[in-house]
Design a protein around this ligand. Structure first.
Ligand SMILES: Nc1nc2c(ncn2[C@@H]2O[C@H](COP(=O)(O)OP(=O)(O)OP(=O)(O)O)[C@@H](O)[C@H]2O)c(=O)[nH]1
Ligand SMILES: [Mg+2]
Length: 409
């Protein structure tokens, strides 16, 4: 579907509680987010304030300037780099002839656009209603302005105008459907957990290169794009190592700073596939000037999601574009460029080391008639030595296998 690109004006306020550098980085990110939502940024309006204006977020003089800017560019949408209250949206809308949305709405919108699975769609719809609910009162005028385009995907116009009771009913309904889908997914995960397979989970800030790495390692083509949140639904595939050994790798949704709280639940469920992996692979875009902030965001979200106990390998990616001055700040790391031909082997080498570290060393002998069993062992355990013993007509095997015996062994 081709949507005409909407013209956007970005608005940001520099406050004393953040450094100017952090502010500009977040403005750049807002720019990428707007582009990801198919928008075309026509201009930016910045104001330095001691605190935000309760009534209109920016000062009244600045508000007039914004109205003039919108008129000059014939802009369709104004996106604020913070969360706005219902009152602020109402007051700004009264003065400016464009749709007024905030960063949270923009992110929700991108999520709505990107969600493919039934569960993903339900999660995003739920988050959108949750965001909307406290903002409904007295917003009639500005809500009726919504009618498609950035910031209004998902629950359509008529639904947006439902009263609170209807929205609550709708949320209740979505919750029930979600419970159903979640149970189904949990059963799949449980089944997978009873198989003794080593599992890796890719996580990291949006656009770090997770899907590129995933594709290179699994020879798959999940959507990889220079857009934020290209991947929304988790995908799990096999990685094959030499000798026939297989492990599983899961690609996940990217993280972002100041993630709308309404979306944390959605995140939690999409990340559940990675909640019980053996090792997390945290991908960091080393070429991004804000990579340290990205790392911090990911680490604190992992804490919030109670996943910070998992062993983690940090991959600093896009080293081809990283500045010469780049210094990794995590001890357990790998420096690569996912586009480099040697990258998959470098990562696999490290993965093997991690498997050896987290699994249990074993030795065994297997009589030569048990060819089928041998093939199975080679697939499920990481075999490091395999010798035929002539005198015993059997194989001597050394390798690594799960610490816990699986139930179907
Ligand atoms: N120069 C360079 N670009 C890369 C490298 N790895 C990935 N990219 C590019 O970075 C962009 C983002 O890559 P993705 O793999 O989609 O990133 P992601 O982490 O999956 O992003 P989300 O799914 O949005 O969270 C794409 O345009 C890739 O081609 C690299 O090593 N060097
Ligand atoms: Mg991706």
């Amino acid at each position: 579907m081709l949507v005409e690109r909407e013209k956007i004006i970005l608005v940001g306020v520099i406050l004393p509680n953040k450094t100017e550098e952090a502010f500009w980085n977040s403005m750049n990110e807002l720019h990428s987010l707007a582009k990801t939502a198919n928008g075309e940024v026509a201009d930016e309006l910045i104001q330095k304030l001691e605190r935000v204006n309760q009534a209109s977020f920016i000062g009244s003089g600045k508000l007039e300037e914004l109205a003039a800017l919108v008129e000059m560019h014939e802009a369709d949408v104004v996106i604020f780099n913070s969360e706005l209250s219902a009152t602020q949206v109402r007051n700004i809308s009264a003065a400016v002839e464009a749709r007024i949305i905030d960063r949270t709405q923009l992110i929700l919108d991108i999520f709505a656009m990107r969600a493919k699975s039934k569960e993903g769609k339900l999660q995003v719809a739920y988050a959108q209603y949750k965001y909307l609910l406290p903002r409904l009162s007295g917003q009639g005028a500005s809500l009726s302005k919504l009618g498609g385009g950035i910031g209004s995907r998902g629950p359509g116009e008529s639904k947006l105008e439902m009263d609170k009771r209807h929205i609550r009913e709708k949320m209740h309904d979505i919750k029930a459907q979600l419970t159903h889908v979640e149970q189904h997914r949990k059963r799949i995960i449980e089944r997978r957990n009873t198989q003794s397979v080593f599992r890796f989970g890719l996580i990291g800030y949006t656009n770090a290169g997770k899907s590129t790495i995933f594709n290179r390692l699994t020879n798959e083509t999940t959507l990889q794009e220079d857009k934020l949140f290209a991947t929304l639904d988790p995908t799990t595939r096999k990685i094959r190592f030499s000798g026939g050994f297989q492990a599983l790798l899961t690609d996940t949704v990217g993280f972002i700073q100041d993630l709308p709280t309404t979306l944390i639940a959605a995140f939690r469920s999409t990340l559940e596939e990675t909640a019980n992996v053996d090792v997390l692979i945290h991908v960091v875009d080393a070429s991004n000037p804000d990579y340290l902030q990205h790392e911090t965001t990911v680490v604190s979200l992992l804490e919030e999601l109670e996943m910070n106990h998992l062993p983690t390998l940090v991959i600093y990616n896009k080293m081809d574009q990283a500045p010469a001055s780049f210094v990794p700040d995590q001890p357990e790391h790998l420096l690569i460029s996912a586009l480099d031909s040697v990258a998959p082997e470098m990562i696999k080498q490290r993965m093997i080391e991690l498997i050896e570290k987290n699994w249990m060393f074993f030795t065994m002998e297997l009589s030569e008639e048990k060819g089928k069993e041998l093939a199975q062992i080679k697939q499920q355990a990481w075999v490091t030595k395999l010798e035929y013993i002539e005198s015993k007509q059997s194989y001597y095997i050394e390798g690594y296998k799960p610490r816990k015996e699986s139930s179907n062994d």
